[in-house]
Each structure stands twice: as C-alpha cells, then as structure tokens.
Design a protein around this ligand. Structure first.
Ligand SMILES: [Zn+2]
Length: 287
C-alpha cells in the first residue's frame, strides 16, 4: 500500500500519496485580523509503479538453467509522475522572484496559511488525518507563544517560513528594517526549533524590489503571492471557477480556517487536483 510519508521534499512526493490525503476528507481556509486588507485578496496525481517483470526462482525440481521469466498481471493504470516546475525557481540578479503560482502541468495545488493569531486545535488534527502538507508564513508573536502548535500544523509535510517579525507594510520601511523583519523571522523560526523553510511572503501581499533583494539575501528562493484565497468557508478564484495546476492558495489562521480547509478539500477533489508540498516545487538553496 502507499506509505504514509511526510512530504518533506520533492523526491519523496508522489501524487498517489497526495490523492489519499485529498480524497479522504473535506477541506480548508482562513485569515487573521492582523491582515485586514490585501491579505484577503482573491485571487490528479501520479505514481511510480511500472510494469513489473519478475523471475521465478528455480524450484527444487528444476534445473538452475531453466529459470522462467514471467510477466505479472498488469497493474491498473496510474497517472504519470509529477514533472515539477517547468523551470527552477531561484533568485535572478539577486532578486527573489515574485510568484503567484507554480508553472507546472502536474495536477497539484499548494496550501499556504499565514499569520498565526488564531490557533484552532481542529486544524492540525484535520491536516494530519488527511495527510495534507501546509506551507506556513508566520509572525514572531504567535511562533514564540505556541511553537508546538505550528509544528503540528506543518507535520504532514509542510514548512514554516518568514512572514516578517511584526507584519509591517514593507514598502514603507527602510532596507535595514526590511532585513531585520525578514531575516529576523527566519532566525526566530530556527531559534524555536521549527522546520525553517526557504520562502518568504510579505504582509498584505505588498512589497518592492528591496523586499525581493533582501528576501534573497535572507535565503528565500521566492516571494510568494497567490491566485486563490479561502475566506468564510469559500474558495475564491482570481480567475475562473476551478483550480488550475500550480495554484497557490492563501489562507490565514483565523476562526474560519477549519471550515475553509474542509471546503478546500472538497473543491480540490471535485476539480481533480491534489494538495502538494510547496517545498517539492520550490527547492531549498542547498539542492
Ligand atoms: Zn499576514
């Protein structure tokens, strides 16, 4: 049967695993009052089984030279292996790229959850039960208050990333302040013993070129936006009414997150996409 692997990296991710998670339940989303405006912006899977041919070992009554190759009955058809992003997502000219989706043909979407002010105990239980990876973008206060909660939320293959320490509008502060906010939050994540990721998201989804430069200097491979949002138990698309491959989904740690996750899972199943680990598509700098 399919192993229950955490989605820690692309090498260990197969869509078949994600299908189990996505199909098993219903799903997703939400936001915090800390992000009162732009943060609410709206914006099928493979297996590695192959045809198997095996050799029956000689029996005690057979001569060793008469080994007979035998083809086993064919396995049911499975989708192709995920192809990953069409090109690596890396800083260019010192700037972490600003992206709102992953350019891929894989039938995958990505769940992100921001801030951390409201911590519903049903959320980590739901994500773990359904094996759903979540990429978190957190601020300092919540992480210091309850690091164990976020470790549980991300335990089904997610990662914990910088969303700045104090959630400022980065366009209105100096480069040095941006550095303290962005790099400083990555440092807090490490200090608290959490699984530090390598992606950055700006508060309110707003930034400038300095943000992209500083984020790259802080080890971020991308500055993440989104093109689907979860609010009030609804999936809100910036374009169309269905998930598209590579969609990045924005949600928040708010009191509607559980309901949003349930709806996300339902809609993902309806649209034939699975929730994949973002780390499998935006690789860390060391790889
Ligand atoms: Zn935020």
């Amino acid at each position: 049967m399919i192993p229950n692997l955490p989605f820690r990296n692309r090498a260990r991710f197969t869509p078949a695993i994600a299908v189990v998670g996505a199909a098993a339940a219903a799903l997703i989303l939400a936001a915090t009052t800390a992000c009162t405006r732009v943060d609410r912006g709206i914006g099928s899977s493979p297996t590695d089984r192959t045809e198997m041919t095996t050799t029956i070992p000689p029996t005690s009554t057979s001569a060793p030279s008469t080994t007979t190759p035998t083809t086993l009955p064919p396995l049911p058809p499975v989708p192709p292996l995920p192809k990953g992003p069409s090109s690596p997502i890396v800083p260019v000219d010192g700037l972490a790229p600003l992206i709102d989706h992953i350019d891929t043909t894989d039938p995958v979407i990505f769940l992100t959850i921001d801030d951390g002010m409201v911590r519903d105990p049903r959320v980590p239980a739901f994500l773990i039960e359904n094996n759903i990876p979540a990429t978190l973008f957190l601020n300092e206060g919540p992480v210091r208050s309850d690091p164990a909660y976020f470790a549980r939320v991300a335990s089904a293959g997610g990662s914990i990333n910088s969303h700045t320490r104090s959630h400022p509008d980065l366009r209105k502060v100096s480069a040095d302040t941006q550095r303290r906010e962005i790099c400083g939050m990555f440092d807090v994540i490490s200090e608290m013993g959490l699984a530090r990721g390598h992606i950055f998201r700006s508060p309110y989804g707003v930034q400038n070129a300095t943000t992209q430069r500083v984020a790259a200097q802080c080890g971020a491979m991308a500055v993440l936006r989104w093109r689907v949002a979860l609010n009030d138990g609804m999936v809100q698309f910036q374009q169309g009414q269905k998930f598209r491959p590579g969609d990045i989904v924005l949600s928040h740690f708010r009191d509607d997150l559980y309901d949003n996750l349930v709806e996300l899972v339902r809609k993902a199943k309806e649209d034939g996409v699975v929730i994949a680990p973002l780390d499998a598509y935006i690789l860390p700098p060391s790889r």
